[in-house]
Ligand binder design. Structure first.
Ligand code: SF4
Ligand code: SF4
Length: 353
């Protein structure tokens, strides 16, 4: 199971699509539960993947060190904006199996979304983490109107990130004209990225573009039973107050509370909406996002949700078109089928943007 541990509700940035720190009455800025009880829960899970999360998790390095020193897990990682990498000693960085750095692509895009100077700080963090010996570093993009998906993803791969993953800035943000942008900019960019992926596979190299890998993996290996992020059924988030939540975004919603560190929790049985149950892309998509399933219409209305769904389906279709060629490359021995295996739970990525 994936365990997203909030170390704090505070953040040192105020990105345009997020707004910064949580209200401390909802997500306290310090951990207020007994870490011994958390240890008991996590160590009962032989497959525990522990990822530090926030707010900005590096604002509470003491908690990270305490967990890494005292709790046994199969894998450790962190989702951070990378500004404060120096607050965690090198030995702990070396023990991180995966680091996700938030960066939105080219400098002008990142800095307009996240603040002036952020891009340079993240690049510095990337180089520092490499020098320390971190092996798996993932760029975690938020995709907005400013994004050119082809330019920004290739930029991040060229910077040296092992993988690039992104989420669309939809549903939990103010409504914007996603449809026009997707038709004129995003979907053509996805097509170019998929072409680039195949071109590289023809030379035997698999590019670390998470949505492409995650969808191909669902085809060649195991379909997704629910949202690929695992929300509620393969993944939980532990808030600083000890609540065990189905999704780290749903800190205010009662439906998301699965239990508490003090008393344990019950994973969710994912019940997808009828439209998803009937959908031909279900095995690749799993309903995309539990939060959007539960709250989407409240924020963006039925038409808004349908537009996001259109973009999801077009993205999946675009990726599925390369399957015959990937099969050929596998049978010719140019790539190995195993190279297309990708489990988002191990990296705390969501696969479907
Ligand atoms: S593509 Fe849309 S309808 Fe189909 S499974 Fe995903 S979210 Fe549900
Ligand atoms: S994809 Fe949706 S349900 Fe999954 S973690 Fe992200 S917001 Fe939560």
């Amino acid at each position: 199971m994936l365990w997203l541990l909030f170390t704090t509700g505070a953040c040192n940035l105020k990105c345009t699509y997020c707004g910064g720190s949580f209200d401390p009455r909802i997500v306290p800025w310090r951990v207020t539960y007994d870490i011994g009880l958390l240890k008991r829960l996590i160590e009962a899970d032989d497959e525990a993947v522990v990822i530090f999360y926030g707010g900005e998790p590096l604002l509470n390095p003491g908690f990270i060190m305490k967990v890494m020193d005292n709790i046994r897990a199969k894998r450790f990682g962190i989702q951070t904006n990378g500004i404060l990498v120096n607050l965690l000693p090198r030995d702990y960085w070396r023990r991180m199996d995966v680091v996700l750095l938030s960066i939105d692509g080219r400098e002008e895009v990142t800095d307009r979304n996240r603040g002036v100077g952020v891009y340079k700080a993240v690049v510095k963090a990337l180089n520092y983490l490499r020098s320390v010996g971190v092996k798996r570093i993932i760029a975690r993009m938020t995709v907005t109107q400013l994004t050119d998906i082809y330019e920004d993803v290739t930029h991040l791969l060229n910077l040296g990130f092992d993988y690039v993953h992104w989420q669309l800035n939809v549903i939990w943000t103010e409504k914007w004209d996603v449809l026009n942008w997707a038709i004129n900019n995003y979907l053509p960019g996805i097509r170019k990225l998929v072409d680039l992926f195949v071109e590289s596979a023809r030379k035997g190299a698999i590019l670390g573009i998470v949505p492409i890998l995650g969808i191909l993996s669902a085809h060649f290996f195991k379909p997704y039973e629910g949202p690929p992020c695992g929300a509620g059924y393969r993944a939980v988030a532990v808030s600083t107050d000890g609540r065990v939540l189905a999704c780290p975004i749903a800190v205010r919603e009662d439906w998301a509370v699965l239990g508490h560190v003090n008393v344990g929790f019950k994973p969710m049985r994912i019940q997808l909406p009828e439209a998803c149950q009937r959908c031909e892309y279900r095995r690749y998509c799993g309903g995309r996002c539990l939060y959007a399933i539960m709250e989407g219409e409240k924020y963006w209305g039925k038409d808004g949700v349908e537009i996001v769904d259109y973009v999801t389906k077009e993205t999946i279709k675009e990726i599925l078109r390369i399957i015959p060629e990937m099969e050929q490359l596998i049978s010719k021995g140019i790539i190995k089928k195993e190279d297309l295996m990708y489990d988002p739970i191990l990296d705390s990525t969501e696969v479907i943007p």
